[in-house]
Ligand binder design. Structure first.
Ligand code: PMV
Length: 360
């Protein structure tokens, strides 16, 4: 598919207005996206588990402007409170997507949004938030052009979400999503995420993700700044090649259910992401002392128990603990007795693989 195919030619903006609501989950990358080109095109391919519990619910109401003008008109509410500080980000998003949604300036929008996870949890809400909004906008496009097909709806939803936040394009579907053109993944694209198209071993069905909230504060370095620091990074080209190879390796692992190989690949990806941050110029560290305490505890528990517990990290200090469903009881017990003490205010979230955005 090309970008031009996302420019609609057949929209009827006679509709006076309405409201649509979508919920969309967060996702956790197994092979990490870090570094981008212009127009939110990734430097390397990535693959993620879609989550189930951590999600954003967004209601988008739209009403025809009485007099047309050349401005975007919208207001954003989080948990019922008007959030002016969210509006510049949404304005930038609208500017980027307007060529693909030419009705945006014809309507006034009210965006009412809420997250199932605490706002100040340090969990990025951009993936779930941007994908929920993108799907609401697609529902409006479909109102204005009922001929939009299901396939186009999903692909364009992911394409629009990507322009809000890169990783958001991986939240539309589940249970595994690939973003970035890769020779070993049929249908993959730089423009949108695609549902992983191959057989996955039962070991990975309903995989669990317990998120330990180590630090709930604002990140010191945003992912936008972090991605940009990959330009001219001394290890960037090798890293991009490594991610590509890791997707190929993961394809074999997912097919044969090799949990040991999965653990090695996923943990190496997490630490490589943070190694890229530590070797950027300027350099920075997003892990906290408790992040390392948890990692060391996981390693010794794994050695001693033989269970398939592993960790991954986002661009932050929180730890995602990944494990198969049939080992959940013992691993959750270990988390509660040994790891929760390292979480800020003892907070953690039990999540697992999910299946993407839903219209409510
Ligand atoms: O979507 P962004 O621009 O916030 O980037 C997120 C990148 C990581 O979460 C660190 C990795 C990934 O692939 O999700």
């Amino acid at each position: 598919m090309t970008i031009e195919q996302f420019i609609p030619t057949n929209l009827n903006t006679n509709a006076n207005g309405g409201a649509v609501t979508w919920s969309s989950p967060s996702n956790i990358a197994l092979v990490k996206y870090w570094g981008k080109k212009e127009h939110q095109i990734p430097e390397n391919q990535s693959i993620s588990f879609t989550l189930n519990t951590c999600k954003t619910i967004t209601k988008l109401s739209y009403s025809k402007k009485e007099t047309s003008n050349n401005n975007f008109s919208f207001k954003v509410f989080l948990d019922g409170d008007h959030k002016e500080d969210f509006e510049p980000k949404i304005k930038t998003f609208f500017e980027r997507i307007e060529p693909y949604l030419p009705f945006l300036k014809a309507y006034h929008f009210k965006i009412e949004t809420e997250n199932t996870f605490p706002h100040s949890s340090g969990i990025a809400s951009s993936a779930s938030g941007m994908s929920a909004l993108a799907m609401c906008l697609m529902s409006i496009e479909k109102e204005l052009n009922p001929e939009v097909s299901d396939e186009y709806f999903i692909k364009k939803g992911s394409f629009l979400a990507r322009l809000g936040s890169g990783s958001a394009c991986r939240s539309i579907e589940g249970d595994l999503v690939v973003w970035g053109k890769h020779n070993d993944i049929e249908g993959s694209s730089d423009l949108f995420g695609v549902k992983y198209p191959y057989q996955v071993h039962d070991n990975f069905k309903n995989y669990q993700d317990t998120i330990l909230l180590v630090d709930k504060g604002e990140k010191q370095v945003s992912s936008t700044v972090g991605h940009n620091l990959m330009h001219g990074h001394p290890f960037a080209q090798e890293r991009f090649k490594q991610a590509e190879k890791n997707i190929t390796k993961l394809k074999t692992i997912l097919a044969c259910g090799d949990l040991e190989a999965f653990i090695a690949l996923v943990e190496s990806e997490a630490l490589t992401l943070h190694a890229m941050m530590m070797t950027s110029m300027p350099y920075f560290i997003l892990m906290k002392p408790n992040t390392l305490e948890i990692i060391n505890k996981i390693w010794s528990f794994r050695k001693q128990s033989g269970l398939h517990i592993s960790f991954t990290l986002d661009a932050g200090a929180n730890v995602h603990i990944l494990y198969p469903e049939n080992e959940a009881e013992a691993i959750l017990e270990f988390i509660k007795t040994e790891l929760v003490a390292y979480c800020q205010n003892g907070h953690y979230i039990c999540d697992r693989i999910g299946f993407g955005a839903k219209k409510l």
